[in-house]
Design a protein around this ligand. Structure first.
Ligand code: SF4
Length: 470
């Protein structure tokens, strides 16, 4: 299947798309296959091997617990946050999981085999599931890779997946792999970037379904903020990071009521953008329901910039509900088109290319979405995406304690501001610029390749080793 907007914006749980959502999905696929094979009842033992980055930062990212839930048959897009807590408490209490929801098996987080120094050839986020019968004979075994953004690939099927991707792209009415091709399509068809994406999405859904689906995605983003603003206290994991969004919200509401708008800080919008980014990422860090956009570590950037588009962009104070819905749909389609370019030519996985692939890609996608809804031409939109990534190049991934909290939460707020600035800079130009988006995407990919593995979601370098955990 060609990568579409609903692959880039999917509903999942925190804190990480590559370390939580992907592993849960892989474990659920393994459990389903086992059930379908008819061997489920014969299973007497289970073994889970985690490699590379999954083993190095899995504890902080909730990888192991996500796998337990997947093995029970839960999928990240369906499981409710309360079910997560309930099932994990039961597994911890009884020391037993329900394999594929049907066979009780003594198994827990402590039984998983961690191999942080073993990197499988396809990707650093590797995992192998093996089940055996009472005689110790292997019944079923499969290795998967979580390649970023919740996407999974099975070992041995990489070529088939690539072939399938190429085939499905042929079926798209307006396929594109690079920004140059995308701009070429815009020019030849007289369409915007968001409209090109819409034409392609219509190959698999009706326009009404696409619209309803994207509005639902935004409603989940809003719901995530709403829940987060009600939760106080420390985030889980032992870093003692305090949730700040509820206090900030209270303060902003007070300022909104007390201050004369004429004497307000002209950068008032900035506080709201920061608030939304923090709220989403605090909820993500606590394992709550979020939209992967395009990853969970970077999940706050697109909601924050879209919030800006809906509340502070010129003319939006007069907007009807239909105008607001149009803005949401157009923004997400355009951001999705830019996300496709990163998936196609580079990576959105922090374990593969560092944080530039997660926060950088999200910032670039958000900048493009904002430029488009503010009336940018395709060239200005491409320029906005390029500026946002250019100034995130080299960004490393070094989460303290392997938790998606520091630097991740604040980094989303900063990257949202960069996206808004990038869109405004592009809109003040005429779309011509020196560095193309394709050049910057290739640079991101090559920089990621050269980056030491210490800085690629292993918590072995940067802030992760220079800040004392307490
Ligand atoms: S530093 Fe960036 S890539 Fe790494 S976990 Fe945090 S948000 Fe994700």
């Amino acid at each position: 299947m060609a990568v579409g907007v609903f692959d880039l914006f999917s509903i999942g749980i925190g804190p990480s798309s590559s370390h939580t959502v992907g592993p849960m999905r892989a474990a659920a696929v393994f459990a389903e296959e086992l059930k379908a094979s008819g061997d489920l009842e014969k299973v007497a033992s289970l073994r889970v091997d985690l490699y590379g980055s999954l083993a190095a930062t899995g504890h902080g990212h909730g990888t192991m617990t996500a796998i337990l839930l997947g093995l029970e048959g839960f999928h990240p897009e369906q499981i409710l946050p309360e079910e997560v807590e309930d099932r994990l408490a039961t597994i911890a209490e009884t020391g037993t999981l329900q394999l594929a929801g049907a066979v009780a098996l003594p198994y827990g987080v402590k039984d998983m085999v961690l191999r942080p120094l073993t990197i499988l050839p396809r990707h650093t986020n590797g995992m192998t599931f093996t089940v055996a019968d009472a005689a110790g004979e292997t019944l079923h075994q499969a290795t998967f890779f979580s390649v970023g953004g919740g996407f999974i690939v099975r070992e041995g099927e990489e070529d088939a997946a690539l072939k399938e991707l190429a085939e499905s792209k042929k079926e798209l009415p307006l396929p594109f792999r690079t920004a140059a091709e995308l701009l070429g399509r815009c020019q030849s068809k007289g369409l915007s970037i968001g409209e090109i994406m819409l034409v392609n999405e219509r190959a698999s859904r009706t326009e009404a379904e696409i619209r309803a689906g994207l509005l639902h995605i935004y409603s989940v983003m809003e719901g995530c903020v709403e829940v987060s603003l009600k939760r106080t206290g420390l985030l889980p994991g032992g870093l003692k990071v305090r949730r700040r969004a509820p206090d900030w919200h209270e303060r902003l509401m007070k300022e909104t009521l007390d201050q004369d708008p004429d004497f307000r800080d002209p950068k008032y919008w900035q506080e709201w953008v920061n608030l939304i980014a923090l709220a989403v990422n605090e909820e993500n860090a606590s394992g709550g329901r979020v939209v992967t956009a395009p990853t969970n570590g970077a999940a706050g950037i697109i909601p924050a910039v879209l919030y800006y588009a809906l509340h502070f962009a010129p003319g939006m104070d007069q907007a009807t509900q239909a105008d607001r819905d149009d803005t949401i749909v157009k923004f997400l389609l355009t951001a999705g088109a830019i996300g496709v370019l990163y998936k196609e030519q580079a990576s959105i996985s922090g374990a593969e290319v560092g944080c530039q692939g997660e926060v950088g890609s999200a910032s670039s996608m958000a900048a493009a979405g904002l430029a488009e809804v503010m009336g940018g031409t395709p060239q200005q939109v491409e320029n906005a995406a390029e500026i946002a990534m250019e100034h995130n190049l080299g960004l490393t991934c070094d989460p303290i304690g392997g938790l998606v909290q520091v630097p991740c939460i604040e980094r989303n707020a900063i990257a949202a501001a960069k996206a808004i600035n990038a869109a405004k800079m592009a809109l003040w130009g005429d779309g011509t610029h020196r560095v193309s988006l394709d050049e910057v995407i290739v640079t991101m990919r090559e920089t990621g390749k050269d980056m030491s593995s210490k800085y690629k979601e292993t918590a072995m370098g940067g802030l992760a080793v220079n800040v004392v955990e307490c």
